[in-house]
Write a protein that binds this ligand. Structure first.
Ligand SMILES: [Zn+2]
Length: 180
């Protein structure tokens, strides 16, 4: 079929022949390419954020200002408001306090990373509600409270690898599901 042939020339991975499709070859290749690209972009972003955080934290008065409760606390409230709105839109369950956080349960999986994500005081999850996970997320809530919106660049600069990310280590790797 000419159309298919043209397409397959332009997009060799997108138009698999039935045999290849069965073998799963075309699924594997683009996924790997995407993963690699995302890892490169991600680590660049991480390095960039690290540089910014490093530069900012060297300016003492600015760092003190950003982390002062008068600045950090409204950031935490704002993050909590965002978490509540996000939860109200996505959650199919009741939003209520539990285990030191405000839980927005039954959220779709694409709405958060891993088992769930804490934004301000709000923990968005589908069904990760064990005592250990909630205790882990309560520490993240305390981090939001301490750092305010500065937690976002600080967390990114700390790296995507949970095992070495200082905020995840502080929250507890085991109860956060990073190690068993
Ligand atoms: Zn965590």
């Amino acid at each position: 079929m000419p159309t298919l042939y043209c397409l397959s020339l332009r997009l060799p991975f997108a138009v698999p022949a039935p045999a290849d499709q069965q073998a799963g070859r075309f699924r594997v290749l683009p996924v790997r390419a995407t993963t690699v690209l995302m890892a490169i972009a991600g680590s660049r972003f991480e390095r960039g954020m690290n540089a910014v955080v490093g530069r900012v934290s060297r300016v003492r008065w600015f760092r003190a200002l950003l982390l002062h409760p008068v600045v950090a606390r409204p950031g935490y409230w704002f993050a909590t408001l965002c978490g509540l709105i996000w939860g109200a839109v996505l959650s199919l369950g009741r939003i209520r306090p539990q285990g030191g956080v405000i839980v927005a349960r039954k959220c779709p999986r694409w709405a958060f990373g891993r088992g769930g994500t804490t934004i301000g005081a709000v923990f968005l999850t589908r069904d990760a509600l064990s005592a250990g996970i909630l205790a882990h997320e309560a520490v993240h809530r305390a981090q939001w409270k301490r750092y305010g919106l500065a937690l976002i660049p600080l967390y990114i600069a700390a790296g995507r690898n949970g095992l070495t990310n200082r905020f995840e280590i502080e929250a507890g790797l085991e109860r956060g599901g990073y190690i068993r």
